[in-house]
Design a protein around this ligand. Structure first.
Ligand SMILES: Nc1ncnc2c1ncn2[C@@H]1O[C@H](COP(=O)(O)OP(=O)(O)OP(=O)(O)O)[C@@H](O)[C@H]1O
Length: 898
């Protein structure tokens, strides 16, 4: 129907075209958070909340004279840009008028008198309308000319003839609506807020619910809206699909038409002069679930952060809630509010000033760091340009979760929260060719490093013996053993050299020619094996930043702010790297020299002094209050640490916590008595617990892996279920074995994986295998050929002076199995199938070391991957090897996928 308002519509300010560039339609990193919207003078911060899904029927309209209603509410196709011939509802810019209980009259002849009459009828009926026939709002008919009613839902206009009964009914509806606000829920309040401050995308088909409503000031359309559109497109949700699914989407709105009502597929949108709000109404169906999720996340972040922009920095106390209430990103300020004064001061201090936070244990440094990152975001630094360095992946994920809780997961996901090593690894992989490697370079762990050291020793020895003629003589068993004996020492030497960034030339200068030569050979071996070790990650990253200006520039542009956790554990080289990355001064370090635990890895607590020296304009804040421990623990720890004469920061730890029970110190004279004491204590504690035995609340910390093993045996014997934390996935024997087997399938695989694969796959006991491998190594060295070609030669022989015939046959079988696997790899597309095959190759007795152990009473003994671990080689129930192999391979497959 052609809709005509009974009175000239009021002057609705025609919004200017959106000041938005097409670039903003893309989800540009720089512009994720648009400028803050103007939120008016609302005094209730909760009203700033975005309306999340679902937005159902709008707020009930107040009773109003018809003329007013029509006068304010109506939109004509002509005036508002609607498309003729399409039945559409209308948008009422609330709160001027009720949103959708308008009366749309479509008769040219309707004049003022008519309207007065209608008003009179309204008036009349307004006195006698107590609850009749509620819920018939969509079936109304009217007598005196066609009237369109957009009833209390967004169902859209319904035509009919005017009659008294109509008004009675209409007012009955109003009454009903008026009654509702009495019991307003939070959702309703929110909904009401949205209605007041937004326009609603409505539709002309009463079978459709409004799906997306966008409000914007129309002068500057927020990027969020375009993000929603982009996501809709990403999810291939078209408006017609949505209609099929009973959705109306915002897709109908085009950038050029944003200042007008636009209609497509029955949907109508109008932008009015209110803050941007997106609300989503959903009605089942999977089509847009992902979309809704994404929109929610973006929206959360957008609202929090766009509101944060433009806010004044919190004052001395960090917060000026009252003043800023109207535009504060609630969660951010709530978060800051949860911090104590010192923590808040640290979190909110000027982002351009280097900041050092010296924080005692349990003093909320993680909480403060989270606050700091939130402030960086608030200051407009895009999340993807913030680099947070932590020392463990667990710390990284905790931090991300905590940030995500405030700004939303999507934003938190964009922040680079990484360990030093994984950050550097990424950098090295990206620029691997500059380091003389390919991006698939191998990472050498401890075992491989040791072998490379032995190799370096041999090369050194070889160099020395070059002039001696019969080189082979040099490589007899004794010399080889001496290489191995010295390997530990040289590995330490190389580690120290690398963690202090020393090159072979520097040792040469100092006159340490042997050290220089070992280091040089070691580095050359790694280059020729396309490998880097853990220390190389840091050193090579420094090389990239210092020798390649383009890499430096790229990093400067990317990492606009850096936050470092556990600063006390940074090594000299890591510190140097930080200094390079943070030449813009946007750096925050958090740490506590009392908690330095990585000195074995080159950690250098003097980093605090270096920071003070290198960033002279820095600000220093100390957090002393312990929230985590009882007073007894805090005092004992303080007393103990006072004995450390090398401390550079003398901090006084305080706590408001209760004193708690006293600490028991028990001196045990053997490992067994220590285990027995601890287990007795556990049993005593759990037996006296009112909640019944809950072993899960007890933790046992031990200093060395070997002690852990003794505990595991004792726990098994005493039938106490336990988990073991701490063995990294890739350090598990089975995983290492599978990885080595897989590596042998790579072209040009070096000796290490072959050696490990043979060790895994050859039958026999440890000694027997060692003998075979040593012999192969000896031959490979003497012939100057690879390990695998020596092994192939040895096992191809029919007879051997060294080995029994069965051993040769077994060796041949292993090589043939590995060869079959490499052929399989060539034709198999599925990585999972390849990993499974490698897993299935592991011999049974090897797997039994890691078999499932079901305790007599059914209790499970679990390690951190929920894989049940044996502790002493005995089993109570032996699973079949293939099933177990599959289990390990599955873990690896999973790991590979992630
Ligand atoms: N201002 C505060 N008010 C109340 N509790 C707090 C406050 N700050 C931190 N906490 C609580 O103290 C505990 C320790 O906080 P957090 O994990 O941030 O400290 P931490 O310094 O990182 O600890 P650690 O030194 O052990 O790594 C947490 O339970 C946290 O909720």
């Amino acid at each position: 129907p052609h809709l005509i308002p009974p009175t000239p519509p009021p002057q609705i300010p025609k919004p200017s075209p959106p000041a938005i560039s097409t670039a903003s339609m893309s989800r540009s990193k720089e512009n994720i958070y648009p400028a803050p919207p103007h939120y008016g003078s609302s005094s209730n911060p909760s009203r700033l909340l975005p309306c999340k899904r679902p937005l159902q029927s709008p707020c009930p309209p107040p009773r109003r004279p018809l003329a007013d209603v029509t006068g304010n509410a109506l939109q004509q196709p002509g005036s508002a840009g609607g498309v003729e011939g399409i039945d559409y509802g209308y948008i009422t810019p609330l709160p001027k008028v009720p949103k959708s209980c308008g009366f749309l009259l479509e008769d040219d002849d309707m004049d003022e008198a008519f309207l007065l009459e209608v008003d009179a009828i309204c008036e009349e009926h307004s006195r006698s309308m107590a609850g009749k026939d509620k819920g018939r709002e969509k079936d109304l008919t009217v007598e005196r000319g066609p009237v369109v009613v957009a009833a209390a839902t967004h169902a859209g206009p319904v035509c009919g003839t005017l009659e008294d009964a109509f008004w009675t009914e209409a007012y009955a509806i109003f009454e009903e609506c008026d009654a509702q606000p009495a019991a307003k829920s939070q959702d309703e309040e929110l909904k009401e807020m949205v209605e007041e401050e937004s326009s609603v995308l409505s539709c002309g088909d009463d079978s459709l619910l409004p799906a997306v409503s966008i409000a914007d000031d129309c002068v500057k359309l927020e990027d969020t809206f375009w993000e929603v559109n982009a996501i809709s497109k990403e999810h291939h949700v078209t408006s017609s699909e949505m209609n099929q699914e009973h959705y109306v989407a915002s897709l109908a709105i085009n950038q050029d038409e944003i200042d007008e009502v636009y209609v497509e597929d029955g949907s109508v949108a109008l932008c009015v002069d209110f803050p941007p709000v997106i609300s989503i109404a959903e009605e089942g169906g999977e089509v847009v679930d992902a979309l809704l999720g994404e929109v929610d996340v973006i929206h959360e972040g957008q609202v929090a952060m766009s509101a944060a922009k433009g806010k004044e920095e919190p004052g001395e106390m960090g917060l000026e809630m009252e003043e800023n209430e109207g535009c504060a990103p609630r969660k951010y300020y709530e978060y800051l509010h949860s911090l104590n004064d010192k923590q808040r001061e640290a979190a909110c201090s000027d982002v351009a000033v280097p900041l050092m936070i010296v924080a005692g244990p349990g003093s909320g440094k993680t909480s403060t760091m989270v606050g700091r990152v939130l402030t960086l975001l608030k200051e407009g630094i895009p999340p993807s340009n913030i680099l947070a360095m932590t020392f463990t992946t667990a710390a990284a994920s905790e931090m991300r979760d905590r940030i995500g809780a405030v700004v939303g997961k999507a934003v938190a996901k964009e922040i680079i929260i990484s360990t030093f090593h994984s950050f550097c690894l990424q950098l090295c992989r990206t620029h691997a060719e500059k380091l003389g490697r390919t991006s698939e370079f191998i990472i050498y762990g401890h075992g491989q490093q040791r072998r490379a050291i032995i190799e370096a020793e041999r090369l050194l020895e070889h160099g020395k013996s070059d002039g001696l003629g019969d080189a082979v003589k040099q490589y007899d068993g004794d010399i080889k053993h001496s290489f191995k004996d010295k390997a530990k020492k040289w590995l330490k030497f190389v580690t120290q050299a690398k963690s202090s960034g020393q090159a072979p030339e520097e040792y040469e200068k100092k006159g340490d020619l042997t050290g220089a030569s070992i280091l040089r050979h070691y580095n050359e071996i790694l280059v020729s094996c396309n490998a880097l070790d853990y220390h190389d990650f840091i050193n090579s990253s420094i090389t990239l930043l210092t020798k390649f200006p383009e890499v430096y520039k790229e990093c400067q542009n990317t990492w606009q702010a850096i936050v470092v956790d556990e600063f006390q554990d940074t090594s000299a080289m890591q510190y140097f790297l930080l200094k390079l990355l943070a030449s813009h001064n946007h750096i925050t370090i958090v740490g506590d020299d009392d908690q330095s635990i990585f000195s074995f890895n080159g950690a250098d607590v003097s980093g605090f002094d270096s920071f003070r020296r290198d960033f002279p304009n820095h600000k220093e804040i100390r957090l002393n209050k312990n929230y985590r421990s009882t007073r007894a623990i805090v005092e004992a720890a303080t007393a103990l640490i006072h004995n450390n004469t090398k401390r550079c920061n003398h901090k006084l730890a305080e706590t408001d916590n209760p004193s708690g029970s006293k600490i028991t110190v028990k001196e045990c004279h053997s490992e067994d008595s220590q285990c027995a004491f601890v287990i007795d204590k556990i049993i005593e504690t759990t037996s006296s617990s009112a909640e019944g035995r809950d072993f899960g609340k007890i933790a046992v910390l031990y200093r060395r892996q070997i002690t852990g093993k003794a505990f595991q045996v004792s726990f098994r014997n005493r039938k106490i279920p336990f988990n073991v934390h701490g063995v990294a996935f890739y350090r598990k024997k089975a995983i290492k074995a599978i990885m080595a087997i897989l590596r042998t399938t790579l072209p040009g695989c070096d000796d290490g994986p072959w050696r490990q694969a043979l060790k895994t796959l050859l039958p026999g006991d440890k000694e027997e295998k060692k003998k075979i491998i040593d012999h192969v190594e000896k031959i490979s060295l003497a012939r100057k050929c690879s390990f695998i070609s020596a092994a192939t030669d040895i096992f191809s022989a029919k007879v051997s002076g060294t080995f029994k015939r069965t051993q040769i046959t077994q060796g041949r079988k292993v090589l043939s199995t590995l060869y079959s696997l490499s052929k399989f790899v060539e034709r198999e597309q599925s990585v999972s199938a390849v990993i499974s095959s490698a897993g299935n190759m592991l011999p049974q007795q090897y797997l039994l070391e890691k078999r499932a152990v079901i305790d007599n009473d059914g209790g499970k003994l679990l390690n951190e991957d929920n894989d049940i671990r044996s502790v002493d080689g005995r089993t109570t129930r032996r699973p079949r090897a293939p099933a177990h192999a599959h289990c390990w391979a599955s873990s690896l497959i999973l790991e590979t996928r992630t």
